[in-house]
Design a protein around this ligand. Structure first.
Ligand code: TRP
Length: 465
């Protein structure tokens, strides 16, 4: 069975594909604006702790479950547990479908910005609000984006997903470093770095903690079976723990560097005044074009276009992984042919994204969609914020909690350990001990508690603390 499902060709191939899934708009677009909304460095500290302490063990569990069963998210739980556990996989697939529905809209923004940069339209940064309300053009870019995603996924594992990641990932990395160095040379850069790196712990509220957790899961592509699915294409000779460490480190580094790049730029544009930074989805889109303009007409166009093209590519290796999850499910469980599953799913998800597309100014009811509680305050959010809140900030940590509980108590610790020992390249014990402790106690308790508190506070306005 393994042979006709496809497999990654090499260790690097898997790590790059999984890192490609992880590194995306979440790192370069979402992370900086979450930092801005969460008050700066305090958010960064909590985010890093979540990534390494809570998310990393969940990632290992997901990859191990996938490799052990060689199945999609639903099939894997059925095989290791019981039919009753299929719902976790289904919940994950549902979350993925909804995440992709709005993610694709933002990918459309990024791709549209590339086209604007090519034409030298640097004013676009100031017109961000009206730009995203033009649903016809953004919809068209989104359609193109979904089409390219589907094309890659339809080509399968090695020829499509692995190949794309190997070329795109390193280029992106180099680009961010280059821009970061440039940002450091600008006036007031230090004020931005300080805002980003010197924590003010009085900024921490419940909301900051939930957003940091949601962001950690989102950025690492965890909690919905994406890494179960990718894990199912991994060879038994590969060291899972080590690969997971490489994926986590790559993802966290790219997010961290993106912050180091953007905050000096923001400080430069605000003449060093960071008190007005509030984050929000417009952060990079509103800021960067003005910076590129400062590079002069030719260089500005070249760098600006390259940046948004690479951002689009980073998004592409992520949309590919989001689409692969429901596709693998349809192919394995429902015996649907890959091309049919791919194009059918892509169409469905594009259609599900239409309310998100329209909810950025085009249709008032979707733009001011509903009121929610944040730190006890009522707040109006758009349809896209709403989907993000349910699918990403709520379902992913919930999925992570259940995956940890499932791994420790249904599949059982010794089976996890046996799977991790296959291909393990060292016999150092402390890491295995931590992973066991985390999946058995730390993740279920802490993740579970934060998830429940988030749901109570956000949706019911019940202040737990
Ligand atoms: N991690 C990606 C990003 O940061 C988004 C993503 C891709 C994702 N696949 C996922 C998020 C699976 C959750 C689950 O942009």
């Amino acid at each position: 069975m393994a042979t006709n499902r496809g497999q990654f060709n090499s260790r690097l191939g898997f790590v790059l594909a999984a890192a490609g899934s992880a590194v995306g708009l979440g790192n370069i677009w979402k992370f900086p604006f979450e930092v801005g909304a969460g008050g700066g460095a305090a958010f960064v500290v909590i985010y890093l702790a979540f990534c390494f302490l809570l998310c990393f063990p969940v990632m290992i569990s997901e990859i191990a479950i996938g490799r052990k069963t060689q199945l999609n998210a639903v099939g894997a739980f059925k095989k290791l547990g019981h039919h009753n556990w299929a719902w976790i996989g289904l919940l994950g697939i549902l979350a993925g479908v909804f995440i992709l529905s709005f993610y694709n809209v933002v990918a459309g923004w990024a791709f549209g910005y590339f086209l604007q940069m090519v034409q030298g339209n640097f004013e676009i940064g100031e017109n961000f609000g009206s730009y995203i309300s033009e649903w016809e053009s953004i919809g068209l870019y989104g359609l193109v984006f979904m089409g390219v995603t589907a094309l890659i996924v339809s080509k399968g594992i090695q020829g499509g997903i692995e190949k794309a990641a190997k070329i795109l990932m390193p280029t992106l990395f180099a680009m961010i470093i280059g821009l970061m160095i440039y940002a450091f040379t600008l006036e007031n850069a230090m004020a931005g770095i300080e805002y980003y790196l010197v924590p003010d712990f009085s900024e921490i509220t419940g909301e900051v903690i939930y957003s940091a957790l949601g962001q950690a899961f989102f950025s690492l592509s965890l909690g919905m079976g994406a890494l179960i699915t990718y894990g199912s294409y991994v060879s038994r000779k590969q060291d899972i723990v080590r690969s997971a460490a490489m994926i986590t480190l790559t993802d966290v580094s790219v997010a961290f560097l993106a912050g180091l790049m953007i905050f000096p730029l923001v400080a430069f544009l605000n003449s060093g005044d960071m008190s007005s930074v509030s984050g929000g989805p417009g952060l990079i889109f509103a800021t960067l074009p003005g910076v590129f303009e400062g590079l002069g007409p030719t260089l500005g166009i070249v760098i600006g276009a390259a940046f948004f093209l690479l951002l689009s590519f980073a998004a592409l290796t992520s949309t590919v992984s989001l689409l692969e999850v429901p596709v693998a499910y349809l192919v394995d469980e429902k015996k649907i042919k890959r091309p049919v599953a791919v194009w059918g799913m892509a169409t469905l998800i594009f259609l599900l994204g239409i309310p998100s597309l329209l909810g950025n100014g085009a249709v008032e009811q979707l733009t001011s969609f509903m009121t929610l509680y944040r730190d006890g305050q009522e707040q109006m959010i758009s349809f896209m914020d709403f989907v993000e809140l349910i699918a990403s900030d709520t379902f992913l940590p919930l999925g992570g909690t259940v995956i940890a509980i499932f791994t420790a108590y249904i599949w059982k610790k010794h089976n996890l350990n046996a799977e991790l020992m296959e291909g393990r390249e060292t016999d150092s014990q402390w890491m295995m001990k931590y992973i066991n402790f985390a999946v058995m106690f730390f993740c279920p308790l802490i993740l579970g508690a934060i998830t429940i508190i988030t749901i109570l506070e956000r949706f019911f306005g019940i202040q737990v603390f």
